[in-house]
Design a protein around this ligand. Sequence first.
Ligand SMILES: [Zn+2]
Ligand SMILES: [Zn+2]
Length: 337
Amino acid sequence: MTEVLPGVHLIRLPLTGSPLKAINGYLLKADEGWVLVDCGWDLPDVLEALTAQVGDLGVQLGDIRTLVITHYHTDHYGLAGRLVELSRARMLMHRLDWLFIKTELADFGAAMDRLDAWLRENGAPSELLSDEQRRSVDMFSRFTVRAPDEELEDGHRIGVGRGEFRVVWTPGHTGGHICLYDPQRRVFLSGDHVLDPISPNVSLNRENLGNPLGDYLESLRKVGRLGADLVLPAHGEPFRGLSRRVDELLAHHDEREQEVLEALAHGPRNGHQVAAVLPWTRRRTPLGALALSQQRMALTETLAHLEELRSRGLARRERRDGVHCYERVGQPTETDA
Ligand SMILES: [Zn+2]
Ligand SMILES: [Zn+2]
């Protein structure tokens, strides 16, 4: 049975070929019809799985009146356009993620060229760049762009029968990422903001300039104070104890920060050079042993750390021969006499 709470159903949608295996959609009973949170890739096996699982509950796609998207990533938003066509649901997403889609993904070729140039400026080798091109083309085929009917802001309320969920804006994983919180039942739909045991990817992307890791850590502390008990994540199994998991993730990022600082102890390094001396995954795998797509994520995660250190005055960045190099501030390096 997929009912995790009265009126809250977990819908498992396949991510065929992805190490994540599946995304969890959540179907919430409203006074009239249903609310669906997140919807998977725009691929036939996803639509089939969705139709079958809601069908088991006696629900048809046309009964879904509201579609809430936690963030713009294709595994959450991909099917939204098609689903709105089929169900006539109203689609809701945060203003900033829609702004991102509208401005960055409208011209895919130009967006790819910018991404390519930016990765190159951070030391990415050419095999990583060509793999990224391939992967992006593939990802682009898994979603249909559609404007939301309503743009969400922090604090927006979504009624679900006997209660309501509040929108909690949690920038970091993406700039417009949202979670949903029902304070009465202390239930928290965490999207990709808080996962267990996975630590969510927080990347500096060309399109997400600024300090996404700083935003992410602040958003973590914010949700840690909510007092939520049951967490319903977009990947993996539901779990209890939001503040416990928040503390673990904060500790993980502290540890990671130390490793990044140590990597800078031997003089200036570009983002790729720093990523290459850090251990990756829970098994502490070297960068070169990861799949190319994971190497790209490792690079952009490293850059998020470097920019976070820079925002706190612990590192500085300088362009040398067209490449961004990072250097520690306020600490003598080994090469200093
Ligand atoms: Zn995501
Ligand atoms: Zn996801």
